[in-house]
Write a protein that binds this ligand. Structure first.
Ligand code: TDX
Length: 383
């Protein structure tokens, strides 16, 4: 990229002069995509508060900094802080002195929440509480002019709404009904953010998004797991009957929605984000296998590796989002079809196998099944 070309009018216009942006979880999958966009398309300085846990990685951000040269490097500051450490977090907020906060830091893998719910309560609930308190202190100290501009955007998930039957979609008025330790911890964090708005007047916006996918996703989630297993010629684990439905959204479409909501969303409002990308898990897995058959043909079809395994405990049946509010109020629509997004994602993972290897090794995770504690052994392991 041309180093001169760091600003697109659209994002700078949206930011309306907000030049100091604190992103929590900016070394994660979605947070990283937000940080890259801010670095590429605005002149803002990013304060990236991340505890650098197993799923954190800065390679993609370092790539953008390298593309843009030294000037941009001054615009990204990693503040290695765990949100459970209230003092360190308050100090990081003072250092960042932000005009806008985008809160993406969270433990996010449902299977891990089944194995170890404590980390989810600590990071997602207590961590959000500490962030709200630190931001409240910061907001109180701001000048009237900066106070008017300031916002805290809390990024959440559609899983807080529970599980749908065959019809219907989640919207902003759907009652909360979380059913996994992960979704319960995110629901709790959403409620804390709303409470800080109503009680203390903190200017907040919330978003709840459907399943994301795309480059740089930590290889424990369905799409990268399937790609890596298929490439390695290993059984591809399909939980239960494979008929659970997820509403897939390409991560860059999510970033478009986040930046709109963060800057233009109504204070105290929440917005549901989804791009009408409903697919059963079986359809997703088969689509990946068909793409791989074309990209890296092998003797037998990759779909022959698909292996039904013990279901996830409490496995939500179907998620689907009605994005009418964000579309009508903020003018957002997704621009990647699932077919287009999936194809580029599969190609990206094929090209970036060494990155997958690196992050898996660092996390001491080699793709084994997580989250079946107390539910017996995998059928695949038994056979
Ligand atoms: O190996 C697998 N086999 C399989 O069948 C894995 C890892 C998953 N699955 C199924 C379980 C789900 O129905 O695929 C679906 C997607 O699973 P995940 O990728 O683990 O995502 P999910 O549980 O749907 O949650 C995701 O979307 C909402 C994210 O992990 C959350 O952080 C987000 O909030």
């Amino acid at each position: 990229m041309d180093p001169q070309q760091t600003t697109t009018p659209e994002l700078s216009e949206l930011l309306e002069g907000r030049q100091r942006i604190l992103v929590t979880g900016g070394a994660g999958f979605i947070g990283g995509a937000v940080v890259r966009r801010l670095l590429r398309e605005s002149t803002a300085t990013v304060f990236n508060v991340d505890k650098m846990s197993y799923a954190s990685d800065l390679s993609s951000i370092e790539g953008v900094l390298k593309e843009a040269g030294q000037a941009s490097e001054d615009r990204h500051h990693l503040l290695k802080v765990d949100l459970t450490d209230a003092e360190a977090l308050a100090a990081a907020v003072r250092q960042a002195d932000p005009d806008l906060v985008m809160h993406l830091a969270a433990e996010s893998h449902v299977d891990r929440s089944i194995e170890g719910p404590g980390d989810f309560i600590a990071s997602n609930v207590t961590g959000t509480f500490h962030l709200l308190q630190a931001i409240r202190g910061h907001w109180d100290r701001l000048s009237d002019e900066r106070k008017k501009q300031f916002r805290l955007h809390h990024i959440s998930t559609d899983e807080v709404f529970g599980s749908l039957g065959d019809v219907g979609r989640f919207s902003e008025t759907t009652p909360y009904d979380p059913r996994s330790p992960y979704s319960a911890s995110k629901a709790a964090s959403d409620h804390l953010v709303s409470a800080w708005h109503h009680t203390y007047g903190l200017p907040v916006v919330l978003t709840n998004c459907s399943n994301n996918y795309g480059p740089w996703q930590f290889p424990e989630k369905l799409i990268p797991v399937v790609i890596l297993k298929a490439v390695a010629g290993e059984p591809i684990p399909l939980y239960g009957d494979g008929a659970n439905v997820r509403d897939w959204l390409y991560v860059e479409d999510h970033v478009d929605a986040l930046l709109l909501a963060a800057t233009k969303g109504g204070l105290g409002h929440s917005y549901c984000i989804g791009g009408y990308g409903e697919r059963t898990n079986k359809q997703v897995v088969e689509a990946i296998c068909h793409l791989l058959d074309k990209l890296i043909p092998s003797k037998s079809a990759h779909s022959s590796l698909i292996t039904p395994v013990t279901d996830r405990p409490g496995h939500d049946r179907r998620y689907a989002i009605d994005p009418t509010k964000i579309s009508e109020e903020l003018g957002w629509t997704s621009s990647h079809s699932f077919e287009k997004g999936l194809k580029s994602t599969v190609k990206w993972f094929l090209k970036n196998h060494s990155w997958c290897k690196k992050v898996r090794e660092r996390a001491n995770y080699q793709g084994s099944r997580l989250g079946i504690a107390g539910h017996g052994l995998l059928q695949a392991q038994n056979s």
